[in-house]
Design a protein around this ligand. Structure first.
Ligand SMILES: Nc1nc2c(ncn2[C@@H]2O[C@H](COP(=O)(O)OP(=O)(O)OP(=O)(O)O)[C@@H](O)[C@H]2O)c(=O)[nH]1
Length: 222
């Protein structure tokens, strides 16, 4: 694939990112807060799969995050392999006020790594940080599990918006950095020819390596 100024937009990337974690940890509300700046205090369990596409600007380039959400509870979930297919990022969410949701993290990471690339960019998210009085998992516990597993870490609140955008941005920025590093490494610069100085030859497989998702948006059911 040859790219030169004005031909194609190499900055127009779409990254599939999955939300995982036990039921009622706040996955759907994190997505609603991030994509629509909404919060639903009475939200019901997700049935099947939902996804939203959100444009973001990373280092001056337009990047689209396609964020997938499914139920934490087995019986409401979508087909697991399809949910993870092509994912390049993941938010593994627990609820800081319910320790059992923190204890499930290992299981969610196993599932993620069984169904997607080991290199999927992952952030551990301790949600409901507004419930400080009911806290059952300390920040330092969250941080040390994340460090041990090589994950990013952040505590968020979908209710008061704290760190929600930052958590998604951390993942998208890291994916973008990996992608651009890979492209730079595999760049094969043509010998400068008169009038051809700006042309760069890219390996067409590079974008697929990091798992481009289909360029669609909307909602689907299981
Ligand atoms: N206090 C507080 N409540 C939250 C927060 N995020 C979500 N909730 C509440 O937690 C409950 C579950 O939220 P959901 O977003 O539906 O959780 P989920 O992880 O998508 O649940 P499943 O679809 O069953 O997997 C709802 O009552 C939300 O209002 C938060 O940051 N703080």
């Amino acid at each position: 694939m040859e790219l030169s100024s004005g031909e194609e937009k190499p900055e127009d990337y779409l990254f599939k990112i999955v939300l995982i974690g036990d039921s009622a940890v706040g996955k759907s509300n994190l997505l609603a807060r991030f994509a629509r700046n909404e919060f639903n205090p009475n939200s019901k369990s997700t049935i099947g799969v939902e996804f939203q596409t959100q444009k973001m600007e990373i280092k001056g380039k337009e990047v689209k995050a396609q964020i997938w959400d499914t139920a934490g509870q087995e019986r409401f979930r979508a087909v697991t392999s399809a949910y993870y297919r092509g994912a390049v990022g993941a938010l593994v969410v627990y609820d800081i006020s319910r320790r059992q949701t923190f204890d499930s993290i290992g299981r969610w990471l196993n599932e993620l790594h069984t169904h997607s690339d080991m290199n999927v960019v992952t952030i551990l998210v301790g949600n409901k940080s507004d419930l400080e009085d009911a806290r059952e998992v300390s920040s330092s516990e969250g941080k040390s599990v994340a460090e041990a597993q090589g994950l990013f870490f952040m505590e968020t609140s979908a209710r008061d918006s704290s760190n929600v955008t930052a958590a998604f941005q951390t993942v998208v920025k890291e994916i973008y950095d990996i992608l651009t590093r890979k492209v730079m490494q595999s760049q094969d610069f043509k010998k400068p020819e008169p009038g051809n100085g700006k042309t760069v030859v890219l390996n067409p497989d590079d974008k697929q390596d990091v798992g481009e998702a289909p360029k669609t948006s909307g909602c689907c059911s299981s």
